[in-house]
Design a protein around this ligand. Structure first.
Ligand code: SF4
Length: 390
């Protein structure tokens, strides 16, 4: 089976000139309807989807990924990820494990001592049928270092010898599922950065995916997916938490006016903006959300700086409104939004370049390119159950 995140897939994407070029060319080869066929089935994926040839498969799959870049970590992502997982597992259960993105190897004859094999594969139980016997067969191994981060089950179920985990077919598939989920989320996070450059095809596909997800997850949509809601300070990235504590004079303007202002405003009123050109008035009908829930947090953080930011730079408040897109003003109305650009939170590499002390990555920062995506990921993990699994 061709793993969409494996070496063969990377090779094909490379032949198209890399991921951005590949996404640009996809609309020439596939349609919105074809991509949707992967996620609109009910009990079983259609045979024609399971049997797709490698290139068509990769194109329709990456079409969906490109569309998800508009809203990473939403219920739409869950829908696309899980439906495609079923398709790939169906293929995997019939095919070979060649070319998977996980480092799994076939084991050689005699690699497991016979006495261990007798126990592990229940070879003395004559009543076991052929199918069951095949399932018990240990035929693969993974280096323990690669295996452990991808294994959720108990280690007592696994035969470990000389730093290798020996696995049955079903166990390899379980490990692959975990690797697929991680690669999927990472890919969506990476694509988030280029969503503005993608053709309209992806906007249309995204809105169709959204409708399918809304229908499927009616109740959960009512409870709120990744939508505007009260700020969850506990799920903020380390750089934002550090800025909230107040910083020294050299970093004050960057930490408060550039990072906090953009991060808090987007996180509160538009966590998954459809494009980077959005205005505040496209997201809210009442400016008091900004005045009561966002501005006070920015001002408090500014007051915690040494020296306090707004005491020696009172005009900086106008600059905050400027960065929120209202122009250089002290008392804007909602209608003023659009007078300047509503700045999007800077990417992690910009933060590291401009204010290196703010970036103290934790385990959730892995693969993250922007603090807002960090927040979306944490919200998503929280909804998924307990916030673990970074
Ligand atoms: S990696 Fe990014 S999100 Fe994490 S602390 Fe650094 S700048 Fe913030």
């Amino acid at each position: 089976m061709m793993d969409p995140f494996g070496a063969r897939a990377r090779e094909i994407i490379g032949e198209f000139g890399g991921i951005e070029d590949f996404l640009m060319k996809i609309p020439m080869y596939t349609t919105v309807e074809e991509a949707l066929e992967r996620i609109t089935w009910e009990d079983e994926p259609p045979e024609e989807v399971v049997e797709l040839d490698d290139i068509r498969d990769l194109m329709s799959f990456y079409a969906l990924l490109g569309a998800l870049s508009h809203s990473p970590y939403g219920l739409e992502m869950e829908l696309v990820r899980d439906k495609n997982l079923v398709i790939y597992v169906k293929r995997l259960s019939k095919g070979s494990f060649e070319g998977l993105s996980i480092n799994v190897r076939r084991i050689k004859e005699g690699e497991i001592p016979e006495k261990d094999r007798l126990i592990l594969e229940k070879l003395r139980y004559r009543e076991i049928g052929d199918d069951e016997r095949e399932k018990l067969r240990i035929g693969y191994k993974m280096w323990l270092r690669h295996f452990l981060p991808l294994w959720d089950g108990s280690l007592r179920e696994i035969y470990i010898r000389n730093s290798w985990a020996y696995l049955r077919r079903e166990e390899v598939i379980e490990v692959w599922k975990k690797a697929y989920e991680r690669s999927f989320e990472r890919a969506v996070t990476i694509l988030y950065d280029i969503r503005d450059e993608l053709p309209e095809f992806y906007d249309e596909l995204y809105s169709r995916i959204k409708s399918v997800a809304e229908e499927k997850f009616k109740e959960r949509f009512k409870l709120g997916g990744v939508s505007a809601g009260p700020l969850r300070f506990d799920l903020f990235p380390p750089c934002v938490k550090k800025a909230l504590e107040g910083v020294g004079s050299g970093m004050r303007n960057y930490a408060i006016t550039v990072l906090l202002t953009s991060f808090l405003s987007y996180a509160r009123i538009c966590p998954t903006p459809p494009s980077k050109n959005i205005r505040v008035k496209d997201c809210i009908k009442d400016i008091s959300i900004l005045e009561k829930e966002v501005l006070p947090v920015i001002i408090e953080a500014g007051n915690r700086c040494k020296p306090p930011l707004f005491e020696d730079q009172p005009n900086e408040i106008k600059n905050i409104w400027y960065h929120l897109g209202f122009g250089f003003t002290e008392r804007p109305s909602l209608e003023d939004s659009g007078n300047s650009t509503w700045y999007f939170p800077p990417n992690c590499d910009k933060i590291r370049a401009n204010a290196p002390e703010l970036c103290r990555p934790d385990r959730y920062c892995r693969g993250i390119k922007n603090p807002l995506t960090y927040y979306l990921r944490r919200l998503y993990l929280e909804r998924k159950g307990g916030g673990e699994g970074g």
